[in-house]
Write a protein that binds this ligand. Structure first.
Ligand code: ZN
Length: 204
């Protein structure tokens, strides 16, 4: 049975907090009461950081990773290998690959995978901008680091065909990543190894 709270303000805070994934009403109430007990400054820091997420966070104009500036720190880093682009579906995948410390090239975040059932087509993803980056020249290898699900494979094949007219090597992560497993949940050692043992894309 739903607990009736003695305050409308508290009720609203609990409702908002329980919108977060994995947060039920009980946990939301615990969070809200904890915030209530915190000092004013702490609560302000908390709410300000959340407001800033939507207000100030940008997406890198080159790789579409999250960034505080027009170009993200990875794309601006001149020590990185600018001839290699690693294509991932989501921002979390960039973080997972960076954690392996095995990759020194650049990234390209698609913003999802092609999934007709969910109404996601190639035009909804950052695929054209990837092709533009390759067409601009100076790229020798594109690594497709996309989870090997059916949608992921469709996306890889689509990108492979789009890149076929260009003189660029297209490779895949070695299949140390289990089928259907999200890249972000793969352990760093396995992910690092599948990055080092990547294989040329084979469309047969
Ligand atoms: Zn970037």
């Amino acid at each position: 049975m739903e607990q009736v709270l003695p305050s409308r303000i508290l009720q609203t805070a609990v409702e908002q907090l329980s919108l977060l994934p994995g947060v039920g009403r009980k946990t939301a109430l615990r969070y809200a009461l904890n915030l209530l007990r915190s000092d004013e400054e702490q609560v302000q820091g908390f709410t300000e950081s959340i407001s800033a997420l939507k207000r100030d966070l940008k997406f890198c104009s080159m790789c579409h990773n999250i960034s505080d500036t027009d170009m993200c720190p990875i794309c601006s880093d001149q020590r990185r290998d600018r001839s290699t682009i690693c294509v991932v579906s989501d921002i979390q995948d960039v973080m997972a690959l960076e954690n392996t410390q095995q990759y020194k090239g650049l990234y390209h975040v698609l913003g999802g995978v092609i999934s007709p059932l969910d109404g996601v087509g190639p035009a909804d993803l950052e695929i054209d901008s990837l092709v533009e980056r390759v067409a601009a020249g100076g790229i020798s290898e594109v690594i497709l680091a996309i989870s090997p699900t059916m949608e992921g494979d469709t996306t890889c094949f689509y990108i492979y065909r789009k890149l076929a007219p260009y003189d660029v090597k297209v490779t895949l992560l070695a299949r140390g990543v289990a089928v259907g497993e999200d890249l972000e949940y793969t352990d760093e050692v396995t992910l690092g190894r599948s990055l080092l043992n990547r294989t040329p894309f084979d469309d047969k």
